[in-house]
Structures are given as C-alpha cells and as structure tokens.
Design a protein around this ligand. Structure first.
Ligand code: IPE
Ligand code: IPE
Ligand code: MG
Length: 245
C-alpha cells in the first residue's frame, strides 16, 4: 500500500528523537531490559523509512548518552553488542536507500570494535544524500559544548584566532553536529518530560513533542502525529507572528 505521508503541509527538515522507554517495554513483558533495546531497532527501521519517504532530510537519534555508562556493566555491554549487530544487519539496506550515516558525540571513545564499525558505516555512506541519519553515541550536550570550546581554545593558542573572532557561527562549526541544521522538532517517547543532556545548544528554538508510547512501540504513525502537531505550532523565533517568519 502506498504510504500516504503526513497530510498536507511542509515536513520538518530535521527531526531529533530521544529513543527512550526500552527498559520499561521489556519489564512490562517480563523480559530482560536488553529485549527492549533489541526491539527498538525495528522502530528505528520504520522511522528511517518514513523520514525517507516523506522528505525529512535529517534525523538525529539519541542512542547512548555519556551518562548511560553508569548503568550496570551487563546492560552497557549488551548495548555495545547491539550497536554492532544493528550496523552489520542494516548497513547494506541503508546504503542502498541513499541514507548517509553520521555520528555525534564522543563516539570515537567507544570501545575499538564499536568505533571502527561506526567509522566504517560513515565512510560507506558518505556520498549518500537522501537522508542524513545521525546517531548520538557516547553523546552529551554539555560535553559537546566543552569539546567545541576546547577546539576553539586550541586554535587560538596555536595562533589561529583571536577571542573577538569567536561568534555563534564559529562555535557552532566546532560542535559534533556541525553542518547539520538545528532540529525543528524533538520527539521524546516514554512519558519523560526532560531532555537528558541532548543537543543543548542546538535545541534553542526546537519544538518539543512528548509522547507516552515506549520507543519499541513507536512507529511512523507516532511520527506522523508529531508532525501534525508541529504544523500547528507558531514559530516566530523571538519576532512577531505578523512578521511572517
Ligand atoms: C532508552 O531506553 C535506551 C537507552 C538509554 C540506551 P531506556 O533503557 O532508558 O528505557 P527505560 O527508560 O529504562 O524504560
Ligand atoms: C536518554 O535516556 C538517553 C537515551 C535515550 C540514549 P535515559 O533513559 O538515559 O535518560 P534519563 O535517565 O531518563 O534522564
Ligand atoms: Mg530511559
């Protein structure tokens, strides 16, 4: 059946999602938490397909935060294994479908096996341009801001710039999200009403949508509902509505 897409009106250019609720999904079924993480991969699949079909250009998925290292070792290892499993299984299709994979955060500090896989996926899809899917891996918004400050300071110390040359654009260019537009819409499933250190700088003017559904049950219908909601928001970026921004 052809996908009717999300009704009339423009779609957001960049959607960001905090993929939350895997553990509760599993616990409600009497399953180990990892079963929820595994089931979440199917949600990723459906959401990527929908974004591609509906013309969304950027999708950023929060997969592992810098704070998630404080979970039990067993769960952290399972998540690391799932990352490799996911990339091994999905990469051929993502490649075929024109998806460009990116990673944000301190993903290079993941265990070697994981960081190599991520690097390989980025390289294998670099020329694709249908949809950019950025995985936030070992990501923290505060850490990303600190890393950008450090990069600017290092350049200045090496004689490459003066403090007065630093502005929002030069700062933005050193974040791991450099080159991507800011998110138009953030979706957090699972009922939690917080941003948990995600995209702190980038979400200054993002529209928020919170949903009760748990991530493993999230499908394109939930994305469609979020987009419908987004279309009813009035975004003025500090100006007045009649100024037509
Ligand atoms: C999100 O699901 C996945 C990661 C944080 C890696 P959770 O594991 O946080 O699930 P809940 O919030 O405990 O239900
Ligand atoms: C945020 O979810 C991180 C990811 C989804 C990767 P958490 O479950 O870790 O966030 P808190 O602990 O509820 O704030
Ligand atoms: Mg959670």
């Amino acid at each position: 059946m052809p996908d009717p897409g999300p009704g009339v009106g423009p779609v957001p250019e960049h959607v960001a999602i905090i993929m939350d609720g895997n553990g509760r999904w599993a616990q409600r079924r009497g399953l180990p938490r990892v079963a929820g993480h595994r089931a979440g991969a199917e949600s990723i699949r459906d959401v990527i397909k929908a974004c591609r079909a509906w013309g969304i250009r950027y999708l950023t998925l929060y997969a592992f935060s810098t704070e998630n290292w404080s979970r039990p070792l067993e769960e952290v290892s399972a998540l690391m294994d799932l990352l490799v499993e996911y990339l091994d299984r999905e990469l051929p299709e993502l490649k075929r479908e024109g998806v460009q994979i990116r990673a944000i955060g301190r993903w290079r500090d993941l265990p070697e096996r994981q960081s190599r896989k991520v690097q390989a996926a980025i390289e294998a899809t670099r020329a694709n341009d249908k949809l950019v899917v950025a995985f936030a891996l070992n990501y923290g918004g505060r850490g990303d801001i600190v890393d950008a400050c450090r990069a600017l300071a290092e350049e200045a110390a090496a004689g490459g710039g003066r403090p007065e040359d630093i502005d929002e654009e030069s700062f933005r260019a050193r974040l791991s999200t450099a080159g991507m537009p800011y998110p138009d819409l953030l979706i957090r499933p699972s009922g939690e009403l917080r941003i948990s250190n995600f995209l702190l700088w980038e979400m200054a003017y993002t529209e928020f949508r919170f949903d009760q559904v748990l991530w493993p049950d999230f499908r394109r219908e939930h994305l469609r509902a979020a987009i419908d909601d987004f279309r009813n928001r009035r975004r003025t970026f500090g100006a007045l509505p009649e100024q037509g921004r």
